[in-house]
Design a protein around this ligand. Structure first.
Ligand code: ATP
Length: 847
């Protein structure tokens, strides 16, 4: 311990704690600290010896660069002490390390070090002075003397040195202390503090200069050559992980920004040149130096990485689920097909609602390559005509597949579909060909449904979900998520409509068709609650069969919706490692995107009305049909009952049967609307194999698909549970685009005006006699209005993250009006639901 005459340790604590800046006392070397309360010291008896000079107002720290000034500020014993320390250091280099050690003494231990009884200068300061003098007289390569650290911010400079050159802002700071710039405003400093024992005897902290903080440009000051001079390098050496290799922890603190902002920083020398880099041939001279060199390299590298590949950083984030569609959608979302966005501004005729679109995907056979010629001979595709021609391999003269040839040559069977995707079709082709139109309908207010269908292991899940390994392998569900949000954003910008998207995911699994809420774990955070007891199908007299109590979680971004997809896939029973063939065959996943939308509109009489509603996009990955299409139920050993029931429903629909056996299975109950209701735009993707060995199964699938393709949907006896944008009219008669329902207007005008003033692209449906059809009478009502019918702003809306409450039709209202206006009068219905809405606590938070 160094001691000096005239030193007392009594009052050292306070000033040591507070820092070293002294305001209004030129005889004391000011030290950099923003926390100083120097006026206390001015009033002390000791400070009576000091001259008084008022500091500029607001000067947090007074930079001192003139050695003579520093000397003059000290009393004579102190000056002697400084030169004594200085000479000792010059004589014995190890003495410098000793001084540094003492300067890094934790603050709590400084109480006993004391200060000069004449001028109150702390002993620590004298040591720093000695080291500073040493640095001025030593060679530039002198490394272990970083007692002075340049700390500067533009704000500081402007305050404390309004007329001085900005190139010399410097102040002193005790090592090991964190420096906070007081009142730095928009500009501040960042200090890297190195904690740990290995740096004893060397630098403990360095402050990163933030001269161009506003521009996001950061730099580290090279202090007394602490960081090596910048040298041209051929390449950057990757810095080892600081924490791991050095056993040190680096913490970043800043007065005005968070530590994450540092990832944007660019390290530069204090002259503004590029960040210092070192060649491996110049090894760092001390652990501290090497630490900061590596830190600088690391920051520089991460900044470059971030600049060039911003999204990949996110993609690398590991998923907590087996799949990571969240990451791929965030980093590399699939480009939207041009037709998707083109249609945003061109909502005109909307044909095709009255039937299920059927597309055929031919899956490459996993068999030996020589079977390719067989495939050519039994299956021919005309993509332009969208036709598939099947030749019975048994009757083919070229057959080499072991099929027994029949005596007569069978007539080729030709089937036409809405699209045929060959073995070579990419996922992108399939997705854009199937998804775009359905999404447009959903954003326009109708329901949509896409489902895959086919025999075992033909790529149904691959088509619907795909793989998360690349954008090219994404399936329909992730693409639909990404494009739906894109379309919503376009629509939002164009029309001012506000949207909210929610997600639900349900599995029907097992031969008993159990229902499982695949998102219950996410919504409750509970692991054991995968099979929600509350989820069930409910028969509603107005809306038909509805799924009740499933989790419906808000997805403000596509990434969030993809996160729910990851969660749902993970919770699905087929993801279990012990899932067998039967499990896979009997597992159907219904992933639904619920789109809520509304907009305020001016009505003709100076009032306004709110229109909106809900539409849903059902994306269904069906299980496999194993001999499901054979004539009798008994013929299939591992028969999937759900799909058998689906086959029966489709047959009944295609044959125009009066009774459609929807209730035979939960799956068909859920698909009732999608298959039978004209208000839902449905697309089926049937899968067949290109192997002649699967001819029988392929023929069955194609025949069923063809029936569905010819089938006409009918007006449902139930009201659509969606907003019912699509008018219930016969196929071919639809001339109006799907539409949102108007809510009751405020202040006149509105519904009865028959006007739709805001969106010229959307012709008014209110004048259409078919508009007042069952489709507009939803049994689920979305609440967008507050008390008094006023619109709720984004800020006012709250979101309990729960599913929207089910708002049943009030039976009395229904009875009262049914005789006159059909099942229920439109305005009466709206008023009823609006009344309920006003009482409702929950609201949606809009994006
Ligand atoms: N077009 C394709 N391109 C590349 N791989 C494919 C393709 N179709 C299917 N596969 C692969 O074939 C395998 C089986 O596909 P998938 O699981 O999607 O079939 P599935 O019909 O859903 O099966 P299951 O009968 O079990 O429901 C998967 O590994 C999938 O990646």
């Amino acid at each position: 311990m160094i001691s000096a005459p005239g030193w007392s340790g009594a009052d050292g604590q306070g000033s040591a704690e507070r820092g070293f800046t002294v305001e209004g006392c030129p005889s004391v070397v000011p030290m950099a600290s923003g926390d100083v309360t120097p006026r206390k010291r001015l009033h002390s008896a000791e400070e009576a010896h000091c001259c008084s000079r008022p500091a500029p107002e607001g000067a947090g720290s007074i930079p001192i660069s003139e050695e003579t000034e520093e000397k003059a500020a000290l009393c004579q014993p102190c000056q002697r002490k400084v030169s004594e320390l200085h000479h000792s250091s010059l004589k014995e280099p190890s003495y410098t390390s000793l001084l540094l050690d003492q300067l890094q003494t934790p603050r709590g231990h400084e109480a006993g070090l004391g200060r000069c009884q004449v001028c109150s200068t702390p002993l620590l300061q004298l040591r720093q002075e000695a080291l500073h003098a040493l640095s001025l007289t030593s060679a530039p390569s002198f490394l272990p003397q970083p007692a002075r650290i340049t700390v500067s911010t533009s704000k500081q400079m402007s305050r404390s040195q309004p007329s001085s050159s900005s190139s010399s802002p410097s102040s002193l700071m005790a090592l090991g202390e964190r420096h906070r710039v007081q009142g730095a405003g928009s500009k501040g400093s960042v200090q890297v503090t190195v904690a740990g024992t290995q740096l004893t005897g060397s630098l403990g902290s360095v402050t990163i200069q933030t001269q161009q903080y506003l521009e996001g440009m950061w730099s580290i000051s090279r202090v007394n050559n602490f960081l090596p001079q910048p040298k041209p390098v051929s390449g950057l050496t990757a810095g080892a992980d600081v924490q791991a290799s050095e056993g040190q922890t680096a913490t970043l603190t800043t007065a005005t920004t968070t530590s994450t902002a540092l990832t944007h920083c660019r390290l530069r020398g204090h002259t503004g040149i590029p960040a210092p880099s070192v060649t491996p041939s110049h090894p760092p001279s001390s652990p501290a130096t090497s630490f900061f060199v590596r830190a600088a390299q690391k920051l520089n590298l991460s900044s470059k990485r971030k600049k060039h590949q911003p999204s990949l950083l996110h993609a690398q984030e590991p998923s907590i689920y087996p799949t990571n569609f969240t990451g791929i959608l965030q980093a590399l979302p699939p480009p939207a097909p041009p037709c998707l966005l083109r249609a945003v501004s061109k909502v005109k005729d909307n044909p095709g609602m009255g039937k299920v679109k059927v597309m055929m995907r031919i899956c490459p056979s996993l068999e030996a390559p020589d079977s390719g010629s067989d495939s050519q001979s039994f299956l021919k595709v005309d993509s332009r005509k969208k036709q598939v021609t099947l030749y019975d391999p048994a009757s083919s003269p070229h057959s080499s597949s072991g099929h027994r040839r029949s005596a007569t040559v069978a007539v080729p069977k030709i089937f036409a579909f809405d699209a045929v995707f060959t073995q070579d079709a990419s996922q992108a082709e399939v997705c854009s060909g199937t998804v775009a139109e359905v999404i447009q309908s959903v954003v326009n207010g109708a329901d949509g449904c896409i489902f895959s269908f086919g025999q075992v292991k033909l790529g149904k899940t691959y088509t619907m979900i795909g793989k998360d390994s690349s954008t090219q392998s994404l399936g329909i569900v992730p693409c639909a998520i990404s494009w739906l949000f894109k379309l919503i954003n376009e629509r939002k910008e164009k029309t001012g409509t506000r949207f909210s998207v929610r997600v639900s995911a349900v599995e029907i699994f097992g031969k008993d068709e159990e229902l499982k809420d695949l998102l219950s774990e996410v919504s409750t955070g509970s692991l054991q609650d995968g099979q929600s007891p509350g989820i069930h199908l409910k028969e509603d007299p107005i809306c038909g069969t509805q799924l009740q109590n499933q989790s419906e979680l808000r997805a403000p971004t596509p990434e969030k919706a993809a996160f729910f997809l990851d969660a749902a896939i993970s919770a699905r029973s087929t993801t279990r490692p012990d899932a067998d063939e039967d499990d896979r065959r009997n597992s159907h996943m219904l992933f639904t995107l619920h789109v809520y939308q509304y907009r305020m509109e001016k009505s003709g009489k100076g009032g306004s009305k709110v229109s909106g509603g809900r539409s849903r996009l059902h994306l269904i990955d069906l299980g496999s049909c194993e001999k499901v299409l054979s004539k009798s139920r008994d013929s299939g050993g591992g028969l999937c009952l759900s799909l058998n029931a689906l086959g029966n429903v489709i047959m009944a629909l295609a044959n125009g049967a009066k009774h459609i056996p929807y209730r035979d299975s939960k799956l068909t109950m859920l698909l009732t609307e999608s298959l039978g209701n004209i208000n839902c735009r449905t697309t089926m993707i049937a899968h067949i194999s290109d192997s002649p060995n699967n001819y029988a199964e392929s023929l069955n699938t194609i025949q069923l698909a063809s029936r569905i393709h010819r089938m006409r949907k009918k007006k449902s006896k139930y009201a659509s549970s969606s907003s019912g944008g699509e008018s219930s009219c016969e196929e071919g008669r639809i001339r109006k685009p799907p539409h949102l329902r108007p809510f009751p207007h405020r202040g006149g005008g509105g519904v009865e005006d028959g006007q739709w003033p805001l969106d010229p692209d959307l012709p008014c449906l209110m004048s259409d006699p078919e508009y007042a059809s069952s489709s507009e009478q939803s049994c689920d009502t979305v609440i967008y209005v507050g008390p008094g019918g006023t619109a709720i702003s984004d800020r006012e809306l709250s979101d309990n993250e729960g599913p929207p409450a089910f708002v049943p039709i009030i039976p009395s209202l229904n009875r009262k009006r049914s005789g006159k206006d059909g099942p229920m009068d439109r305005d009466h219905f709206f008023n009823a639901t609006l009344l309920r809405s006003c009482r409702r606590d929950w609201m949606y938070r809009w994006q």
